[in-house]
Design a protein around this ligand. Structure first.
Ligand code: 26R
Length: 834
């Protein structure tokens, strides 16, 4: 009876309509006949979720039964975006649902549009985690994600009339979330504060007690693989008070006191910190508590699952690999030491050898201001036992004994080196260097693109490479999932590719090197025409979006030039906007006849600034105010338009990226670890204008330098140039007159409020740390080459086709298989049906 009664996967349109209507009546408790788009979305989501759950259950059962080695991806951010479309695609039910909702009187596009993004991340690092989950499941790899279930995701960005970024909360869970399963039975207690007393039995053990205890409760999110049964799990933790409220205070009439502890427990997972790269959270205790809460709950969960296998603790590295996504989860290293020593009774050396075979650490940035450090007094206060362990690692660890004999033998008397490598940075206060802890506690370390991994090895971790040997320090170039970033966001292009390659998309979406089969078609005029027509329709789709959301009319016969990413000085949106102003003045100075020969350009910006990042916010303000002037100027508005699209998100990227002719990735050489949107644009046939940085380099290697537009100084020059700025400054008028003119015009108030931009302009006039004065001329030259290339439409479309054709390497499937094989040592698992 059980077997016969089981819900099975939807097969046809009738299954879909039946399931949706049932959910309207039951899950939504609404009348079938007056459902709006939102109701129809919710019904479709519930019904898709039923399908996911069937596979999810089979997957988890198979993992339990087969007990393979598993990998766990610890990330404080998962920037998932929307789920329904991806779930239907991966289940192979997109057509059935499209037809099903149509039969019920809806359009699938309208329904998909109802979903709110799950925006539990800032940018690159969080979106990478989401792509890796998709690829893990698609490659049938036993990988779970662990993160936090923030009540509020990345803030919503509003732009005030003056051009200022305003932040509003993102209450993404307000319409209840059909994609998560609350696991009331999966909870762990997590301790903060209190005191840690070492036992004097020579074991090094300690007892940590007192303080605050908070409950971690699991929510599970299903992660379906494309064209596989594998449906992995993303487990997100919510913090809850251990006891609802304090009865003593309540009875004494102290109502506020009674709920206080409950408030502070809930605070831990209430909001995502909106900073990336600039650590405005130095010394923010709540952020430290988030990190520990999440790592402690995740480790407890991982260890409980391992213990169910009945294996001895020293076999942990045979069953478990834990990937640290940047240093944010590094407390997992002392936490696992604490568990092994204090709770499992292992000796120090034994515990350390287990720990250093379980963890893997990925570095995502070499910018000094983004390297995490925590004040020693704060860790001592919040996590007293962990501070003891960190000190013990420093003095007793045998693998890399910074302070003991093996170090001294290798580097006799080298106190500078010792200070550089120490886990603890001297100062007021002393601080723990999380990257150093992550390195010495991990089996392997990697960067995220070739150049970046080289920089990791030769700069920030050089001493560790010297000491431990280079083989511990590798590279895994980032990737993106072609399911979301081509098939879902650009369905017409996907269909054309399948038709042209004479392959079902299920083949090439899983083996992206197949795109190379497009190369010969670059010479086929009819194919080029279709290719170009799709780009054109994607531009119209974007224009339509801007028309309906912002009420602005964009001309679609222009070149679409796009820069979308977090706003940061190192990414140099400032270079772009100053370049736009330069173009504006050039147009102004032309005769009407000359102007007619110019090909029109529409420049798009989007991106959020960290709320406390003053210079980044000023950059947004400048863009918005330049747009106001330029778009209203009758002399130029037919040739140059400029838009700042507010509230950049995964869903907005899905509209912008397929519409781009050229996109900009123009960081100062050596500063952008990889970049991943560069790959997304190129996959969709957009050309790349960029510096010789991050993954741009590998993209150029693949597509050939003649198909990208490179400019600017190279990484090895950067240090010298900065030195020159400091010790042999040349006035900007002399060094770069074109830029000086632009800056002076901004300063003079051509774009309103002259004075307000001075702090931004001064960053260029003074130390110019990001080298705008050095790269401006070659940037303008590169833009001119883009213009020229665009005039030859045929040649441009050929470049576009060749670019897409050579993107095979950048599938996140390739990247995740590298992690599985060269780092985690895990293998695919075929899922059995229950
Ligand atoms: C400590 C805190 C302020 C913080 C620093 C940095 C918080 C978050 C970050 C985000 C960093 C680690 C990040 O997102 N890096 C980006 O990672 C992408 C994926 O690897 C790269 O493509 C991108 O180049 C890099 O900037």
């Amino acid at each position: 009876v059980w077997k016969e009664s089981m819900r099975t996967l939807d097969k046809d349109v009738n299954d879909v309509t039946k399931s949706m209507v049932t959910h309207v009546q039951t899950s939504l408790a609404r009348q079938p006949y007056n459902i709006d788009n939102l109701g129809a979305y919710q019904a479709a989501a519930h019904s898709a979720r039923d399908n996911l759950l069937i596979n999810w259950n089979d997957t988890q059962m198979t993992y339990t039964r087969k007990a393979p080695k598993r990998a766990y991806y610890l990330s404080l951010e998962f920037l998932m975006g929307r789920t329904l479309d991806n779930a239907l695609l991966n289940l192979g039910l997109k057509d059935q649902y499209k037809d099903g909702v149509k039969k019920l009187g809806f359009s699938i596009e309208d329904i998909l549009d109802q979903e709110r993004d799950a925006a539990l991340g800032n940018g690159g690092l969080g979106r990478l985690a989401a792509c890796y989950l998709d690829s893990s499941a698609s490659q049938e790899l036993p990988v779970w994600g662990y993160g936090l279930r923030y009540k509020y995701g990345i803030f919503q960005q509003l732009i005030s009339p003056a051009g200022d970024q305003l932040e509003a909360p993102d209450p993404w869970l307000d319409n209840q979330n059909p994609w998560e399963l609350p696991r009331l039975d999966v909870t762990y207690e997590v301790r903060f504060y209190g005191h840690a007393d070492r036992l004097d039995d020579g074991t090094g053990r300690a007892i940590w007690q007192g303080g605050q205890e908070v409950l971690a409760q699991a929510y599970d999110v299903m992660i379906p693989g494309y064209g596989t049964q594998t449906t992995n799990n993303l487990r997100l933790w919510e913090s809850k008070p251990k006891r609802g409220f304090d009865l003593n205070s309540f009875n004494a009439g102290n109502y506020e006191g009674a709920v206080e502890s409950s408030n502070s427990a809930a605070a831990i997972t209430s909001v995502l910190y909106p900073n990336d790269h600039t650590n405005f959270t130095v010394g923010k205790e709540l952020r430290l508590k988030q990190q520990y809460f999440w790592t402690a709950a995740s480790l407890a969960d991982i260890l409980r699952r391992f213990k169910n296998l009945g294996k001895p603790m020293n076999e942990l590295p045979d069953y478990v690999a834990i990937q640290l996504n940047d240093t944010h989860p590094t407390l997992a290293i002392p936490e696992l030491m604490r568990i092994l020593i204090d709770e499992e009774d292992l000796r120090w050396d034994h515990a350390w050898s287990i720990v250093t075979n379980v963890f893997f650490y990925t570095n995502h940035t070499v910018l000094p201001e983004a390297l995490e450090k925590w004040p020693v007094p704060m860790i001592e206060h919040v996590l007293p036992r962990h501070m003891q362990i960190i000190y013990d690692i420093r003095t007793t660890d045998d693998a890399i004994s910074l302070a003991d004999s093996s170090f001294k033998k290798k580097y006799p008397g080298d106190r500078d080196r010792l200070a550089r490598m120490s886990l603890i940075e001297e100062g007021m206060p002393k601080q723990v260097r999380m990257a150093h802890l992550a390195v010495i506690g991990s089996r392997k370390v990697n960067g995220v693109a070739e150049l970046h991994s080289d920089l990791v090895r030769t700069t920030i971790l050089k001493d560790f490479v010297d000491f431990e040997g280079v083989s511990k320090f590798g590279n895994v170039t980032n990737g993106i999932t072609p399911r979301r970033w081509l098939d879902q966001c650009n369905p017409e292009l996907s269909a054309l590719i399948s038709k042209t390659l004479k392959l079902d998309k299920s083949v090439w979406l899983k083996d992206l090197f197949k795109l190379e089969g497009l190369l010969p078609f670059a010479e086929d005029a009819a194919f080029r025409k279709e290719w170009a027509a799709i780009k054109q329709r994607n531009k119209e789709r974007l224009a339509n979006y801007v028309q309906t959301t912002l009420g602005l009319t964009i001309r679609t016969d222009a070149m679409f030039d796009v820069q979308i990413k977090r706003i940061h000085e190192y990414k140099r949106q400032t270079l772009n906007i100053l370049g736009v102003i330069h173009r504006y003045f050039t147009l102004k100075n032309m005769s009407a006849v000359e102007r007619k020969k110019v090909n029109p350009r529409v420049v798009f910006f989007a991106g959020k600034a960290a709320p406390a990042y003053f210079i980044a916010k000023l950059t947004i303000r400048l863009i918005v105010n330049v747009a106001r002037v330029i778009n209203a100027d009758p002399d130029t508005k037919d040739y140059l338009q400029l838009y700042f699209l507010p509230d950049y998100s995964v869903s907005l990227a899905e509209v912008l990226i397929p519409a781009s002719d050229i996109s900009q990735h123009i960081s100062t050489a050596g500063t952008e670890a990889s970049g991943t949107s560069n790959m997304k644009f190129c996959l969709n046939g957009g050309l790349l204008l960029g510096t010789v940085d991050g993954a741009n380099i590998e993209i150029a290697e693949e597509v050939g330098e003649s198909n990208v537009f490179f400019f600017g100084h190279l990484t090895p020059a950067v240090e010298d140039l900065r030195y020159q700025h400091l010790y042999h400054p040349v006035p900007i008028e002399q060094k770069c007159p074109a830029l000086a003119h632009v800056i002076n015009q901004v300063s003079a108030g051509v774009f309103g409020d002259g004075g307000v931009y001075e702090p931004l302009l001064n960053t260029i006039r003074q130390s110019d740390y990001y080298l705008l004065t050095d790269d401006f001329d070659s940037y303008i030259a590169a833009l001119a080459m883009v213009d020229e290339a665009y005039l030859d439409k045929d040649e441009w479309v050929k470049k576009s086709i060749r670019t897409t054709a050579k993107m095979g390497k950048f599938s996140s499937d390739r990247a995740i298989v590298e992690y599985a094989e060269s780092y985690w040592n895990i293998e695919p698992v075929t899922i059995q049906k229950s």
